[in-house]
Ligand binder design. Structure first.
Ligand code: AMP
Ligand code: FES
Ligand code: ZN
Ligand code: ZN
Length: 306
């Protein structure tokens, strides 16, 4: 029987990558302690700042919200309804789970319904745009970024937090490395500093394995949506995740080392100054006021005006 390193009771979670096994109680203490360490190490935010947590209804973002509240931070939620409801009602279900979580903990949740706001669901927007032929994921990503920035700005939040975990970050890093996408590599990190009209963006879970977050959500009794977005099937990021998992299986800790060594190389300037600032000159979009490098309207405003 695997024993908890702290108390010797039966372990609930064994993390080969950290050579650490913990019982339920000690695991549920360990996770927020680690999160607090990362928040301070990367200077993500302070208890005085107002945080907007983007919640999708999945295990990562709901666990993140839970952890921030347990640590005493001021964090409101934002759910963006994408209107992906054919078949299983993916968006409706995930919204209900976010609302249940907020209600249970007495927290404020902003809900933005893309169809109500702009007249089209994400699949419909993708349908009428060139970007979205086949899959709506690009249009969806653009819309989510735009709406997160808009709500953070309009409601005066200091910082926007997302639930990206180590598996997400390592997969993106893997893709960017294969492409030697220097500009993306330079800007990929736990913190993207604020810019004119843009809140700071942070990823407090970037050093937690997906498995660790699943265990946290389960042991905390957080109800979340198990299904992936129906359009995620066949996505390149899932392919990279599967490859990284195969390597991780044979070499526990590989994913974390890959990511942490990258952060060090980036800090040392391997990809250029690691400020996280964009290269191009930005100006406010005449439609929505958000900074853009495009001449005239930003790509989101062009998308919804078409
Ligand atoms: P994904 O791009 O689906 O892997 O999600 C990455 C992060 O973006 C999640 O952890 C959330 O913080 C945020 N997010 C994704 N979908 C939504 C949504 N519909 N509403 C609000 N935040 C979201
Ligand atoms: Fe956006 Fe799947 S297309 S979540
Ligand atoms: Zn214990
Ligand atoms: Zn715009």
């Amino acid at each position: 029987m695997m024993k908890c390193r702290k108390c010797g009771e039966k372990a609930a979670v064994n993390m080969r990558q950290h050579k650490l096994a913990l019982c339920k109680q000690h695991y549920l203490e360990w996770v927020p302690e680690q999160a607090e360490r990362f928040i301070k190490k990367y200077r993500m935010f302070t208890p005085e700042e107002r945080i907007l947590v983007a919640v999708s209804g999945g295990k990562d973002s709901l666990s993140l919200w839970d952890i921030l509240i347990r640590l005493g931070y001021q964090a409101d939620g934002l759910y963006i309804s994408l209107g992906i409801d054919e078949g299983l009602g993916y968006s409706r279900q995930s919204q209900a789970l976010c609302e249940t979580f907020a209600a249970r903990h007495g927290l404020k949740l902003h809900v933005v319904d893309v169809a109500r706001e702009y007249g089209y669901t994400i699949p419909a927007l993708a349908e009428k745009s060139r970007r979205g032929q086949g899959k709506p994921c690009a249009v969806c990503g653009l819309t989510k970024r735009h709406e997160m920035n808009r709500i953070a700005r309009d409601w005066g939040y200091d910082v926007l937090a997302t639930g990206h975990n180590l598996d997400d970050e390592a997969a993106v890093l893997f893709g960017n490395t294969l492409a030697w996408a220097g500009d993306y590599l330079r800007r990929q990190g736990p913190v993207l500093p604020a810019g004119p009209g843009l809140a700071r963006k942070v990823k407090p879970l970037c050093r937690f394995y997906e498995r660790e977050m699943a265990a946290y959500a389960f042991l905390r009794g957080i109800e979340y949506i198990y299904d992936e977005c129906p359009f995620a099937q066949g996505a390149t990021s899932l392919y990279y995740k599967a490859i990284l998992n195969r390597m991780e299986n044979e070499r526990p800790g590989l994913k974390l080392t890959f990511y942490l060594n990258f952060l060090e190389a980036r800090q040392a300037g391997l990809f250029g100054p690691a400020s996280g600032a964009a290269d191009e000159e930005l100006h406010p979009c005449p439609g929505c006021g958000q900074p853009t490098s495009a001449p005239g309207l930003c790509s989101f405003c062009r998308l919804v005006q078409k």
